[in-house]
Structure formats: structure tokens, C-alpha cells
Ligand binder design. Structure first.
Ligand SMILES: [Zn+2]
Length: 124
């Protein structure tokens, strides 16, 4: 199973290469920002998180609404905690004036969709 913060996951690489192709300059996992976003665009004061659908409970897709059948209680609590932490981190970043975009792994498949999302996000 995928770990929460494993670096260089496939969807993350897809988002990175897309941002790169679009000409956006970014850094990776800044330790000075809440939640260590996957990508940081300092000149635009924007961050992107690439979230695994299962670990971060993407409510609208199959992977994201699945809870393992064994140890159900453990998992549902753990996943609920993840979700709460995500919400807290996003609030914190926004209160510091950062723009935040969440890209779910199931959305990081199509390069063209991703590119238009990035452009919308950056307003360019
Ligand atoms: Zn999903």
C-alpha cells in the first residue's frame, strides 16, 4: 500500500512535469511551510498538494471512499485524522496568504486536464 508522504509517487511526478512544461518554477516539500506541500511556487505564493485518494479520503472516487474490511475501526479513525489534519494545514496556509491547490491522484492522469487546472489556479 502507498505510504502517506512517500516522495516521488507517480501522480506527483505527473503534476511536476506538467507544471514544468507549463513553465512554472517550483520547489519541493518546503520544510518551512505547514504540511510540507509537495510543490511550492514561491514567486506566486502558491502551493500544491498531490493527495493519494485512499490516504486522504477523496470522497468522490472509489479509492477514496474505501475503508479496509479488517480493522475497520482503526482505519476509519486513522483516515479521519488524516482528513482533519489536511483541513487544518490548508486553513493555516490560507491564513498565511498562500493559495492552495489539491490535486487528487485520480485527477493526475490526463496531462491536458492537469495543465488547464494549473493555468486556472495561477490565473494565466
Ligand atoms: Zn480520487
Amino acid at each position: 500500500m502507498r505510504r502517506i508522504r512517500s516522495a516521488n509517487t507517480r501522480p506527483e511526478l505527473a503534476v511536476r512535469s506538467c507544471a514544468h512544461r507549463c513553465g512554472y518554477r517550483f520547489g519541493l516539500r518546503p520544510t518551512d511551510l505547514p504540511g510540507k506541500p509537495d510543490l511550492v511556487f514561491r514567486s506566486r505564493k502558491a502551493v500544491i498538494f498531490v493527495h493519494g485518494c485512499f490516504w486522504h479520503q477523496h470522497g468522490t472516487c472509489i479509492d477514496g471512499s474505501r475503508i479496509p474490511k479488517t480493522n475497520r475501526k482503526y482505519w476509519s479513525e486513522k483516515l479521519r485524522r488524516n482528513k482533519r489534519r489536511d483541513a487544518r494545514v490548508i486553513r493555516k496556509l490560507k491564513s498565511l496568504g498562500w493559495k492552495v491547490l489539491i490535486v487528487w491522484e485520480c485527477q493526475a492522469v490526463s496531462g491536458t486536464q492537469l495543465a488547464s487546472r494549473l493555468r486556472r489556479f495561477f490565473g494565466s
